[in-house]
Design a protein around this ligand. Structure first.
Ligand code: UDX
Length: 454
């Protein structure tokens, strides 16, 4: 099938590369000419494990362009995967979706095209996109686009850092449309995934026992709400365990044991129960804010979702409180942050707890040093306003420091030469914000170790 993907960010690029790997002809469109040029040269503008390797395998099915006239006419499916950043009131900024939908309408070809909303959009956006596409077509061609297109919602559930795994081996595929022709097109598009008939890439083996993936078909509003509800539920699972972590600390319990103890209950499940500095990233904060804002438009409060947000915001304060509790004075202290990305295996810094924590420490007069195995280059460009010292090595970070704070649980941080680092610090305090490090090893090496909820 011929596919156009508008927006080559995390979602658009990984979806496009995966579909090209499955044998579809994919054109990736982006208004950012620099990015398109990079992609044409086979360079990947983001850090995502295996994306470069899969792009290489799918190259013959993959092109990139900046022009709608090249991408849209003749496409069976057009994905709108542009950014929807939060506005100050919590609602998503839909200007990029609007502009994409308009250009799609202007360039619709002769055949039947399914326009898919992949961007996370407010409930009801399907109808809105449909109107924009129709109006743009009419304004351009002076006739109605009867039968030429349908709009469907197809939310993504991919996690950065394992985006390709999640695309090829999803827990489910959700398609929201009432049009049977659109459903058939999308069924055929996803057939290799639904039936798991594609050859698994060597570096992304198929999980054992995965024979088929469920397809959930729904009306558009339900599909759109599934996305918000899924992210809000995951976010509140994390906030719940973080709330329990606070009490665990007070009563002398260990939240990691509690998470194990409740997670083995199949009704609860073990995932997303890792206590720590809370969630960050491009989705949870934005989607929970949007859910609360949408509910508000209908006169509904969402106290549970709001509480999850509040608990998450508090987690970032707590690190500072804990450091204050230990060091008493932060002014003039040197604090090293291990990790900048909002989670490991990505260089994404959107709503990253590290940036928030760094800013608060700076405001309190601390000297802040930062390190990240992957996100440093991005941080130096995107966060030049932060008054922090970027360190190329963990040794430089630790040397003379009064405390190290583990913010992102990169695997390599667990295996650092902790025994030799201890003597380089002015004060051997480690605040493990993700309960990721080997507490016994660190204590034996002479550190004062602080975790979360234990
Ligand atoms: C999320 C959703 O998982 C995905 O389905 C959606 O479509 C996009 O948003 P992502 O933001 O990439 O994906 O990362 P995710 O793995 O969900 O982690 C989000 C945040 O929660 C991270 O900051 C992570 O550190 C934090 N987290 C996750 C916890 O603090 N504890 C956990 O147990 C799990």
């Amino acid at each position: 099938m011929r596919i156009a993907i508008i927006g080559t960010g995390y979602v658009g690029l990984t979806t496009g590369v995966a579909l090209a790997y499955l044998g579809h002809q994919v054109v990736g469109l982006d208004v950012d000419a620099r990015k398109v040029e990079m992609l044409r040269q086979g360079k990947i503008p983001i850090y995502e494990p295996w994306l470069a390797e899969l792009t290489e395998l799918a190259r013959h099915n993959l092109t990139f362009t900046t022009t709608y006239a090249e991408a849209i006419p003749g496409a069976d499916v057009v994905f709108i995967a542009v950014g929807t950043p939060s506005l100050p009131d919590g609602n998503p900024d839909l200007r990029y979706v609007r502009s994409a939908a308009q250009s799609v309408g202007e360039h619709l070809g002769e055949g039947y095209t399914v326009v898919v909303n992949k961007s996370t959009v407010p409930i009801g956006s399907g109808n809105w996109v449909e109107t924009i596409v129709r109006d743009a077509f009419e304004a351009c061609h002076g006739q109605k686009p009867s039968g030429r297109f349908a709009v469907a919602s197809n939310p993504e559930f991919l996690r950065e850092g394992s985006a390709l795994f999640d695309t090829l081996y999803p827990d489910r595929v959700v398609v929201g449309t009432r049009e049977s022709q659109a459903l058939e097109v999308l069924y055929n598009l996803y057939k290799p995934i639904l039936e798991q008939t594609f050859p698994a890439p060597r570096f992304l083996p198929r999980p054992e026992g995965l024979a088929a993936v469920p397809l959930i078909t729904a009306d558009q509003a339900s599909a759109e709400l599934i996305k918000y509800a899924a992210n809000a539920f995951l976010a509140l699972k994390i906030s719940f365990v973080n709330e329990i972590a606070q009490l665990a600390e007070r009563v002398g319990a260990d939240v990691t044991q509690i998470a194990k103890g409740i997670g083995l209950d199949q009704r609860i499940g073990p995932r997303f129960l890792q206590a720590g500095l809370g969630w960050g990233g491009s989705c949870f904060g934005k989607d929970t804010a949007a859910l609360v804002a949408t509910a508000g438009e209908y006169g509904l409060a969402m106290p549970i979702v709001q509480a999850a947000r509040d608990v998450n915001a508090l987690q970032r304060h707590r690190v500072i409180d804990k450091l204050l509790g230990e060091l008493k004075i932060l002014k003039g202290r040197t604090i090293g942050l291990l990790g900048l990305a909002f989670k490991p295996n990505t260089d994404d810094l959107r709503d990253a707890p590290a940036l928030d924590i760094a800013q608060r420490l700076v405001e309190r007069g601390a000297r802040v040093r930062v390190h990240d195995p992957v996100a440093m280059a991005r941080a130096q460009t995107e966060c030049s306003h932060l008054e922090v010292q970027f360190c190329d090595s963990v040794e430089a970070l630790a040397s003379g420091a009064d405390a190290l704070v583990l913010v992102t649980e990169w695997a390599q941080y667990r295996d650092l030469p902790w025994e030799s680092l201890v003597s380089q610090m002015a004060n051997p305090l480690v605040m493990d914000g993700r309960n990721h490090l080997d507490r016994e090893r660190l204590t034996q090496a002479g550190y004062r170790y602080l975790g979360i909820g234990r």
